[in-house]
Design a protein around this ligand. Structure first.
Ligand code: FES
Ligand SMILES: [Fe+2]
Length: 330
């Protein structure tokens, strides 16, 4: 997927990762450089128009990024401001520049002009405790998004962490709905899960929701009687052909059973769960390559995947016209 095809904001870095040094980021196999100059964040194509050196290997001087090879300098708009040694006017030289903005600790990128403010997470309010983790996995965006939203793998991939050790399942009703650029599954009838994470964090659970949003957001909400107890929002992007990079924002209401201490306690478990997913996704991706990338089989419980695929290819998901309702044992 090239960035040219992606409309809207894509999370590409944590704000704190962009300090004095320029940062190279990959989006759909293309390289961009982020840097701060004149109190602003800028994003340029990470290639010097002179001899193609990566600008991200250079440094920021006098409000411009300096190429490490011959020292040409480019401002935030990509215009060349210095060619060391040149006597006289600088010929018009430009590096492509791109839109970036920051929200809730994340840097968002857009290849096209966008007016809207990027969506970060459902609980992005003042009375919320949130924490961000970052992770990479050898896979495709559709596979990773599906993995995050797939309730049927937790019994096996995350035994004991997200699920209890018992094989007990509960009958739940799942309603899948959607609209332009999104699809969601609502699970009703599932009691609080028995895994460590749920024990630590959640109160009583009424419903849970898994949602995918274009261009690469996979989020889970766990609702108590009236409000959300816990939400995790993953911002994913295809970095290269076979690598997905993601930022997971974990958040909960400050006043209820989610304080900084709990958030801190949760982090290692969150990481273990991520590692378990990374491991299986990596193995599956390697296997797909070995066997020659076959289309995935859509099993009867794979309620999200066809819609995620449709959304990623720019189509409206089928459930937008007609929601589906399914009973399954989770
Ligand atoms: S390659 Fe950048 S200044 Fe020469
Ligand atoms: Fe998982």
């Amino acid at each position: 997927m090239s960035d040219q095809k992606i409309e809207g904001w894509v999370a590409i870095a944590q704000s704190r990762a962009v300090r004095n040094k320029p940062l190279r980021v990959l989006v759909g196999g293309r390289a961009f450089v982020l840097f701060r100059a004149d109190g602003k964040l800028h994003c340029l194509a990470d290639i010097c128009p002179h001899r193609s050196a990566p600008l991200s290997h250079g440094r920021v001087v006098d409000g411009a990024i300096e190429c490490p090879y011959h020292g040409w300098r480019f401002d935030g708009a990509g215009a060349c401001k210095a060619m060391p040694g040149l006597v006289g006017a600088i010929p018009r030289t430009l590096v492509p520049s791109y839109g970036v903005c920051e929200k809730d600790g994340l840097v968002f990128f857009s290849a096209h002009a966008v007016d809207a403010i990027p969506y970060t997470t459902v609980l992005a309010a003042a009375d919320t405790v949130s924490m961000t983790v970052e992770s990479r996995v050898t896979s495709s965006l559709a596979e990773v998004a599906e993995n995050i939203l797939d309730a049927t793998h937790t019994h096996f991939t995350h035994r004991g962490i997200l699920r209890g050790l018992s094989a007990r399942r509960y009958r739940v009703t799942v309603t899948v709905t959607g609209g332009d650029g999104w699809v969601e599954a609502r699970y009703v009838g599932e009691p609080k899960q028995e895994g460590l994470v749920s024990r630590l964090l959640e109160g009583e659970r009424s419903i849970s929701i898994g949602r995918f949003r274009y261009p690469g957001i996979a989020e889970l909400e766990f609702w108590g009687a009236k409000s959300i107890n816990l939400a995790t929002t993953f911002h994913l992007r295809q970095e290269t052909d076979d690598m997905v990079h993601g930022f997971g924002i974990l958040s909960g209401p400050r006043q209820r059973n989610f304080g900084y201490l709990k958030a801190l306690l949760f982090k290692p478990f969150f990481r273990i769960a991520l590692r378990q997913d990374q491991h299986i996704l990596h193995a599956a991706e390697k296997n797909r390559r070995l066997f020659g990338q076959r289309r995935p089989m859509i099993g009867p419980l794979d309620i999200m995947r066809p819609h995620i695929d449709a959304i990623l290819s720019g189509q409206r998901p089928e459930v937008a016209e007609k929601p589906t309702i399914l009973v399954m044992e989770l």
